[in-house]
Write a protein that binds this ligand. Structure first.
Ligand code: NMX
Ligand code: MLT
Length: 435
């Protein structure tokens, strides 16, 4: 058995036994109370699932196995001489809860290279779609087409014992992550470069090779890709894409179909599609104002007009966070290091000053601060990746790291079918009448 897989199952078996005795003793302890506004309000804040790979604090932001993004930048292995963490290291950390050594990260990079072959029929499925098909639709279809390769589906069909579900889940998770950059790059090149594809460079790390296949041969851009793939990977289990993967996976639908379903959730403008909406918003604003360098007053007027049209300001607000997103701050720090002089980055920074007080003044927005999507597009535009309808695919490739690690845990811990209770408004009225 490979060393990561062995480490994983050792840890998961120990935790499974611990959970069993914990539930025997404390299974009836109350962890939450649900009020009616939560039932009607998108289940905000209700504690209802187990997610081992990361946890979100409303004020401090995301912690991957307890580590903040600045801590990970210090601790995770980088390329020789590089400043940004390798996403391979984050996957290792999320899967087994340990900061990997450089050797372990090298091993994982090599594993993903070995597993990265994409069967020809997946490209044929993509090539059969109209070229103007949204990249997220192409992504979902390609992942679904790749499901022919699922070890989990095959082993289930052969009658696998339930105690072994984790094993083909791990294999599918590793193979899927290994193949995603090639698929995502194929979608980019077919959509915007007339199908002029770039073969993989297997000497590069996972994110570096992705940057290479996109066609942007720039070391700074590859560093950005490593950072981008690390910070978008996981945001605890309740976000819409992760929760969808978790829910679909709980039916024992295989990792490919579970991930494709999660990508459908990520493609919504209130979730991952917000990264394309932010840059679209900025381009439209610059167009409307007739300048690349609008003043803060001009930006404020445009934001007010957008709100008066009943539209949200993309990239701002969050269902859980109540402070600027540390992922926004990490991208801001990258921009301060590498691209201080970019006009579009300056617009993002001006929005950061202008938008929060305006949203606060509405009196209803719980978090007026920027989220991860407020910054990412401007960085990509700077390096020439201007085709914003592609941006959510990048988010999706990264999100695979977290949701696949978490899916391995769900199957190893033997988590059951997820099936919460719904009620009708008639039931609510009767419930109130009985109080
Ligand atoms: N612009 C305008 N109004 C907003 C915004 C915003 N950015 N954020 C929240 N509101 C409104 C919201 O629409 C709601 O209005 P109403 O009562 O009229 O329906 C009110 O403020 C209360 O909403 P909250 O409780 O603050 O936010 P909620 O938890 O419901 O929603 C988001 C969270 C993220 C969906 C919301 O803030 C939003 O729509 N933001 C813009 C889209 C975005 O950036 N999404 C990306 C999230 C991160 N990601 O990558 O997934
Ligand atoms: C995410 O990364 O999934 C988003 O910030 C949305 C969320 O956490 O709800």
């Amino acid at each position: 058995m490979d060393p990561l897989k062995q480490k994983f199952i050792d840890k998961a078996s120990a935790l499974k036994a611990e959970i069993k005795s914990l539930l025997r003793e404390h299974g009836s302890k109350k962890v939450d109370e649900v009020v009616l506004s939560q039932v009607f309000g998108g289940a905000r804040g209700i504690k209802m699932m187990i997610w081992e790979t990361s946890n979100l604090d409303p004020v401090k932001g995301i912690r991957f196995r307890g580590y903040s993004i600045p801590e990970l930048k210090e601790l995770l292995p980088t390329r020789p001489g590089g400043k940004e963490p390798l996403p391979e290291g984050l996957f290792w950390l999320m899967l087994v809860g340990e900061i990997p050594t450089e050797e372990e990260v090298k091993w994982l990079s090599q594993q993903w290279t070995n597993r990265s072959n994409v069967p020809e029929h997946v490209f044929r499925v993509l090539d059969s779609l109209p070229v103007e098909t949204h990249p997220m639709t192409q992504f979902v279809m390609a992942i679904s087409a790749l499901q022919t390769e699922s070890c989990f589906a095959r082993r289930y069909d052969e009658g696998i014992h339930k105690s072994e579900y984790w094993d083909p889940t791990y294999e599918d998770a590793m193979n899927l992550i290994a193949r995603l950059p090639r698929i995502a790059a194929y979608i980019y090149r077919r959509t915007y470069f007339n199908g002029d594809h770039i073969p993989p460079d297997i000497s590069q790390d996972w994110a570096g090779n992705f940057g290479h296949m996109l066609g942007i041969e720039n070391d700074e851009f590859k560093s950005l890709m490593r950072l981008y793939m690390t910070i978008h990977a996981d945001h605890e289990g309740g976000n819409a894409s992760a929760h969808t993967v978790h829910l679909v996976g709980s039916t024992l639908s295989d990792p490919y179909l579970s991930f494709a379903a999660g990508m459908g959730a990520l493609a919504g403008p209130l979730h991952g599609l917000a990264n394309q909406e932010v840059i679209k918003f900025i381009f439209r604003m610059l167009d409307a104002l007739g300048t690349e360098t609008p003043s803060k007053e001009q930006i404020a007027d445009y934001v007010q007009t957008t709100l008066s049209r009943g539209q949200v300001i993309p990239g701002y607000g969050h269902a859980v966070l109540r402070q600027p997103d540390p992922r926004f701050m990490a991208q801001k720090a990258f921009a301060e290091d590498y691209l201080q002089d970019s006009d579009i980055v300056q617009v993002v920074w001006n929005l950061f000053e202008v938008v929060p007080p305006i949203l606060q003044s509405l009196g209803k927005v719980k978090n007026p601060w920027p989220n991860v999507d407020a910054h990412s597009g401007a960085l990509l535009v700077h390096y020439g990746l201007k085709q914003y309808s592609y941006y959510t695919v990048l988010f999706g490739v990264s999100r695979a790291l977290g949701v696949m690690a978490a899916l391995c845990w769900s199957r190893a811990l033997g988590l059951p079918l997820e099936r919460p209770k719904s009620v009708t408004t008639k039931w609510v009225k009767e419930f109130i009448a009985e109080q």
